[in-house]
Design a protein around this ligand. Structure first.
Ligand SMILES: O=C(O)CCC(=O)C(=O)O
Ligand SMILES: [Fe+2]
Length: 211
């Protein structure tokens, strides 16, 4: 590759990343009890630079070692949390949050304001079954929007109190949104993978007062 071209690629602060449209390209799957999941594969393209930066450079990852949500869950993974008003580790994440807020505002009635980041270093990192039920989501419908970067991992959902689970494979740049009663009436997990699995970063956008 020509040196000048290469230099200009590095100069591009987005690293060539681009968010596709949401209008007309989000597919909704209705679950039971007022829960639903929206999926938009390949929402962010060209996100290799963003992924590498988040994984290795711009995020102060910490180990998670606390009681999480409504039960004690195993959380072998690294995390970082950007609460309302905090500068996100990359302007692309601010763009993503703004785009999600705009698209979902008519249905959600409020913007996404926080970002939780999780780093799954390999297939042995995971998060066990839980709902995001800290705060208003314990009693109210909400949405949790997930932008997945890096290696593909399964996000599994199952109804609380038993029933068949539903599995989604989340790949590089994919968007998945859990909505309605999903945090209260269903649980979700990222199971361990026994196959060789590369690193993955998950970005979860939530509304005010929801963890
Ligand atoms: O890794 C994911 O995409 C899901 C993370 C999650 O459920 C959580 O942190 O609450
Ligand atoms: Fe969660």
């Amino acid at each position: 590759m020509d040196i000048a071209v290469q230099a200009s690629l590095f100069d591009d602060p987005t690293g060539g990343a681009r968010l596709g449209p949401l209008d007309g390209s989000v597919r909704r799957r209705t679950l039971t009890a007022g829960a639903w999941v929206d999926v938009r594969p390949g929402w962010m393209s060209g996100s290799d630079r963003l992924f590498a930066d988040l994984a290795e450079r711009t995020v102060a990852w910490r180990a998670e070692s606390r009681r999480m949500y409504d039960r004690v869950v195993a959380v072998p993974r690294l995390v970082a949390f950007y609460d309302v008003g905090a500068a996100l580790p990359d302007p692309l994440l601010a763009d993503a949050m703004a785009a999600l807020s705009g698209y979902y505002l008519p249905e959600l009635g409020e913007p996404f304001v926080s970002a939780g980041l999780c780093y799954y270093r390999d297939g042995t990192d995971s998060v066990a079954w839980h709902g995001d039920t800290i705060g208003r989501s314990a009693t109210e419908d909400t949405m949790v929007a997930i932008l997945s970067l890096g290696a593909a991992r399964t996000l599994a959902l199952r109804p609380r109190g038993g029933g068949d689970s539903v599995r989604f494979s989340l790949g590089h740049g994919d968007l998945l949104v859990m909505g309605g009663s999903c945090q209260r009436s269903w649980e979700h997990a990222v199971p361990k993978s026994s196959r060789p699995t590369g690193p993955r970063v998950s970005v979860q956008f939530r509304t005010r007062g929801v963890r």
